[in-house]
Design a binder for this molecule. Structure first.
Ligand code: ADP
Ligand code: MG
Length: 284
């Protein structure tokens, strides 16, 4: 069951003098089980696009299908709760949404709201907190006492605890240091690899996108301008120029090696993978 946008447009302040079309006639099929990046300049419509996935925004025109749910412009939504259980959305600066008096209560809120028994909700919350690297001695403190990075982890645990099928991340690492960013990204990649979660990641980090995302969607001024395999996009210098994008350093490095006579498979996209393949050729 792919995620399907059908001729979807979204207009902010519709029927007002300052109406603004933020998405313009989007036709897009996102693969289930894959990691898809959504990239594009600031204001291109990335957040507006992904906020349709859990019906936070409803289409002004057109429709979309997510799992078994169909959302059409002008129709009242009947299935918001199950949809929001199945599609977890981690906002940009999600830490501002913590509101309970303790960390564990905050993370258990989602599972409780979606009908898990209290004991199971707490267990899910504890498991999710451990996954994101929050230790047990922090469970009973107020979220306000945590550092920014820890708050972000708690907010992410709140989504993981609900066991969504699709996880949507809107710039999940914005403002985090490189080490914190890598840990968060590694966690989500492992949720994809081990549990088959569909990931949709809005990002400005082309290096990360190239390393980990199977497919990439590029938006420009509310229009879809590219959707396809990530490695094909980054191998296409014309397209990068057209979309005003820099070639990631890892791509330049790969190309230099190939020019110097090494053979690299299409899969070799991280430094570790490239090093492994080169090492084999050097040994011989
Ligand atoms: N609440 C809003 N009201 C009016 N216009 C908005 C609102 N949110 C976003 N926009 C406009 O819609 C366009 C797309 O915004 P957004 O989806 O946030 O882009 P991105 O996430 O790619 O930076 C931008 O021109 C932005 O200014
Ligand atoms: Mg945005």
């Amino acid at each position: 069951m792919p995620i399907k946008f059908k001729a979807l447009s979204y207009i902010y302040n519709k029927d007002m003098p300052y109406a603004h079309k933020a998405l313009d006639h989007i036709d897009l099929d996102i693969r289930e089980g894959a990691i898809t990046a959504v990239i594009g300049e600031t204001g291109s419509g990335k957040s507006t696009l992904v906020e349709h996935l859990n019906a936070l925004l409803l289409p002004s025109e057109g429709s979309l299908e997510v799992l078994d749910y169909e959302i059409k412009a002008g129709e009242k939504q009947k299935f918001l709760k199950p949809l929001r259980k199945d599609v977890g959305l981690v906002f940009q600066f999600s830490e501002y949404q913590l509101f309970e008096e303790t960390v564990i209560k905050d993370v258990a809120f989602g599972p409780l709201n979606f009908g898990y028994a209290p004991q199971e909700a707490l267990q899910r919350a504890a498991d999710a907190l451990k996954m994101v690297g929050i230790k047990e001695d922090h469970f009973e403190v107020s979220p306000l006492e945590l550092s920014g990075g820890q708050k972000r982890r708690v907010a992410i645990a709140g989504i993981i605890a609900c066991d969504p099928k699709i996880i949507v991340l809107d710039e999940p690492t914005a403002g985090l240091d490189p080490k914190g960013s890598k840990e968060i990204i590694d966690l989500f990649i492992s949720l994809n690899k081990t549990q088959g979660k569909t990931l949709i990641i809005v990002s400005h980090d082309n290096e990360m996108v190239y390393n980990y995302c199977d497919d990439t969607v590029v938006l420009s001024k509310g229009k879809l301008v590219y959707h396809g395999p990530t490695d094909e996009l980054f191998a296409d210098k014309e397209k990068l120029k057209e979309f005003n994008m820099l070639e990631p350093q890892i791509v330049s490095f790969r190309n230099e090696l190939i020019e110097r006579g090494f053979t690299l498979s299409r899969q070799a996209r991280t430094l570790e993978q490239i090093a492994q393949e080169i090492a084999k050729q050097v040994k011989r």
